[in-house]
Design a protein. Structure first.
Length: 80
């Protein structure tokens, strides 16, 4: 298995986009709001989550291909 080093902000962005898309899908499937409001909010969240995930995916693909250097460990960045 190939390991790809990801920084904490990159992991956060991946999780955030998955959360946004999941919330949008949940609203589309739930019956808590009226139909029109649920559809509007659900599709908006899915669209935003999908658009935000493109730069994250490009970074990840770049790391898969070895196009970017690996991030420094946190301990090295905060050393005085």
């Amino acid at each position: 298995m190939r390991e790809i080093p990801l920084s904490l902000p990159e992991i956060g962005m991946i999780n955030s986009t998955r959360f946004i898309i999941g919330t949008g899908l949940g609203l589309l499937l739930a019956a808590k709001l009226d139909k029109e409001a649920r559809k509007a909010v659900g599709w908006t969240l899915i669209a935003v989550g999908t658009l935000v995930s493109f730069p994250v995916a490009m970074t990840f693909i770049g790391k898969l291909r070895g196009g970017q250097s690996s991030p420094q460990p946190i301990s090295d960045r905060h050393a005085a």
